[in-house]
Design a protein around this ligand. Structure first.
Ligand code: ZN
Length: 412
């Protein structure tokens, strides 16, 4: 049997088994009695609801994976990629358009199959727990806009990568790295102004006690920014959040309207102080640099597998091509990607503690920070007691009880 095929099947089945084990451990790790810290924030009934929400989401996730893992394996073993390739080649286009058709068909079909699952998650599960505010119209428009953006941006990026690998030989990976980095930086500059408004409305925060408090805090920290905006997150979900977008002078703070509804001025300023902490501690810059470095690593390893005959045999392909090489490489790269992602979440959790510490030492209202975190957890029905393995593998933020414990140890 083809060694690449064995390796790829082992990865697909291995990661499926790992997911099942982690999710079962996580469910078993649930504590039925409410952690002391949260008494007064959760009543017994709501805490039960939070646990049912977690269990239902976990079960749904595992069912989805149980359907898609065998489907992916069957598609590989039955030579599905070769059928799609034959179809793409039948149009007799050049290598780049053929690559776009090939990838486009695969992406489109896979997204189409996922729609019923995403509809169930939104209109059945989220609805049942009172989160859903998405209308069918918003749901459909989101999908269409997502496709349009993927076709446009993905199409450009994929064409550029194919062109370099077709035309420039040995150093193609280096050119791809440079080009993709430039495109990524450009996109993150224009995203707040061009892309995000396609999905949500951003309205400058009206003159209010909140706005005055935010500006006052930003002034004491000499923090330059473009403004404070509210986002109509409530059109999709009642869950709440806040974030920064943009760079340098163009930075803008975005508060979900759902967050403003629920938190006091001190709590909201604490949340923003945390977000500013990410800038001040250069977390954003570090993440961008790390992402650039790993992109380079990926392109270099990718270049070693272009038109690899044995790899194409694993997928039962009749013809080799650069576009299919890129796709198949994705299967090989999955374990490296997983290691990088675990390292990334570890770093991110460290950054969260640092941003909390920054918020508490500069805003000096640890109690407001703590109640803000508690309200966020309750509103979003977050898991208060996740299993450590689940945290290690995928949590970008430390569990809320650990964050609260750490905040209590900071003096301002
Ligand atoms: Zn953060």
């Amino acid at each position: 049997m083809n060694a690449y095929l064995v390796f790829i099947l082992a990865i697909l089945i291995g990661s499926y088994i790992l997911d099942i084990v982690v999710e079962i451990l996580n469910i078993r790790h649930l504590k039925t009695e409410l952690p002391e810290e949260f008494s007064g924030y959760y009543d017994a009934e709501k805490y039960q609801t939070a646990q049912r929400y977690l269990k239902e989401n976990t079960r749904f996730g595992l069912i989805t994976e149980t359907l898609f893992t065998p489907l992916t394996i069957a598609f590989i073993l039955l030579g599905g990629f070769n059928y799609v390739d034959a179809l793409a080649r039948s149009f007799n286009l050049g290598p780049i358009p053929t690559g776009l058709v090939f990838t486009g068909i695969l992406l489109f079909v896979s997204q189409l199959i996922h729609i019923p699952f995403s509809a169930y998650a939104t209109f059945v599960i989220e609805e049942k727990y009172g989160f859903n505010r998405t209308t069918v119209k918003t749901f459909i428009l989101d999908i269409l806009k997502g496709w349009l953006l993927t076709a446009l941006i993905g199409g450009i990026v994929f064409s550029v990568i194919l062109w370099f690998f077709e035309k420039t030989g040995t150093w193609a990976w280096l050119y791809c790295w440079g080009a993709v980095t430039v495109i990524q930086l450009f996109l993150s500059f224009i995203a707040p102004v061009v892309i995000m408004p396609l999905f949500n409305k951003f309205i400058p925060l009206k003159e209010s006690e909140l706005k005055a408090a935010i500006e006052e805090y930003a002034r004491t920290q000499a923090f330059k920014m473009k403004g404070v905006f509210t986002m109509d997150a409530s059109k999709r979900s009642s869950k709440s959040n806040a974030f920064f977008t943009g760079f340098g002078r163009f930075r803008r703070i975005v508060l979900f309207d759902t967050l403003i509804e629920k938190q006091t001025v001190d709590e909201l300023v604490s949340v923003l102080a945390h977000e500013m902490g990410h800038y001040r501690k250069k977390h954003i810059l570090k993440s961008v640099l790390i992402s650039i470095a790993t992109t380079g690593l990926m392109f270099f390893i990718m270049s070693l597998f272009i038109n690899n005959k044995a790899l194409f045999a694993a997928f039962r392909m009749e013809h080799t091509s650069i576009y299919a090489s890129l796709l198949f490489f994705g299967f090989l790269y999955a374990p490296i990607e997983m290691v990088l992602s675990i390292a990334g979440t570890m770093l991110s959790r460290k950054h969260e503690y640092e941003a909390d510490a920054y918020a508490v030492t500069t805003h000096c209202k640890p109690d407001a920070m703590i109640t803000a975190l508690k309200k966020l957890s309750v509103d979003n029905l977050s898991n208060l007691t996740p299993h450590p393995l689940k945290v290690f593998l995928s949590y970008s933020h430390p569990p809320v009880l650990e964050r609260i414990k750490a905040i209590r140890h900071i003096s301002c």
